[in-house]
Design a protein around this ligand. Structure first.
Ligand code: PEP
Length: 244
């Protein structure tokens, strides 16, 4: 699977051009492997274009609010995201963990909000550079994963995104990616969650690095930020990984 995380980028016209480009470049079977997560304000337009042009790409939201906090000015819950056409939701992205201090308690409530509406969760985890240098990567990841144990989730994936690799142009070493993915899989499997679909990698992935990363054992998909904004680059990533 290939997740395009646009973060706080794009416009309605860019969205339409991007979707038209995807429709021209990727056949339907490849489109089914793609999930576009635009800013929430463009979800409705994206949904309209997808229906009108009969695209097979899915939509995801980049964030969700807990549905148990009411009233919550500015809040958007799972039911609202679903109405806008989202099937997936990203929870726990490191930018939100850092800027909005999103921690396990709040993230658990977000998981609950998603689960109430059967949204498929893409749960992001990752260690900072300092944590990596101190040899704390696995303990940090296990702490972040802990809340999945109690969550009732529809099909979900974990996205491993080293914080220091996001938007930096650096990717983790291939051996490290493989080893860390294996440990994440083992940890989540120990929770006995049948709805766990696997681990994705994210962090400065582009068309030159994607093939090697996706060929690693335990890497089920890619979460692509900056490189997903250009339709051609995003499609190249998908096409490159479809060759034998
Ligand atoms: C991301 O947005 O999660 C991400 C991995 O971004 P980038 O590919 O730009 O590092």
């Amino acid at each position: 699977m290939f997740i395009a995380n646009w973060k706080m980028n794009g416009s309605q016209s860019m969205l339409v051009r991007w979707l038209e480009g995807v429709n021209k470049t990727l056949d339907k079977s490849l489109q089914t492997k793609c999930i576009l997560c635009p800013p929430v304000c463009f979800l409705s337009e994206a949904s309209k274009v997808i229906k009108k042009e009969k695209l097979s790409i899915s939509l995801g939201a980049q964030n969700i609010d807990p549905s148990n906090i009411s009233p919550l000015t500015g809040g958007i819950d799972g039911a609202m995201l679903k109405e806008l056409g989202a099937e997936y939701v990203v929870i726990g992205h490191s930018e939100r963990r850092k800027v909005f201090k999103e921690e396990n308690q709040l993230l658990s409530e977000k998981l609950e909000s998603a689960s109430k509406e059967d949204l498929r969760v893409i749960f992001c985890i990752g260690e900072s550079l300092k944590e990596k240098e101190e040899g704390k990567t696995i303990s940090v990841l296990k702490k972040q994963l802990e809340i999945l144990n109690d969550a009732e989730l529809n099909n979900f994936t974990v996205a491993y995104e080293p914080v220091w690799a996001i938007g930096s142009g650096e990717t983790a070493k291939l051996d490290d990616i493989e080893d860390i993915h294996r440990q994440i899989v083992d940890e989540v499997r120990s929770f006995k969650k049948e709805s766990f679909l696997g681990v994705f990698y994210g962090g400065s992935v582009d068309s030159s690095s994607s093939r090697q990363i996706l060929s690693l054992k335990g890497v089920q998909g890619l979460l692509i930020g900056g490189a997903s904004l250009e339709c051609e680059e995003f499609c190249n990533i998908v096409l490159t990984n479809n060759q034998n």
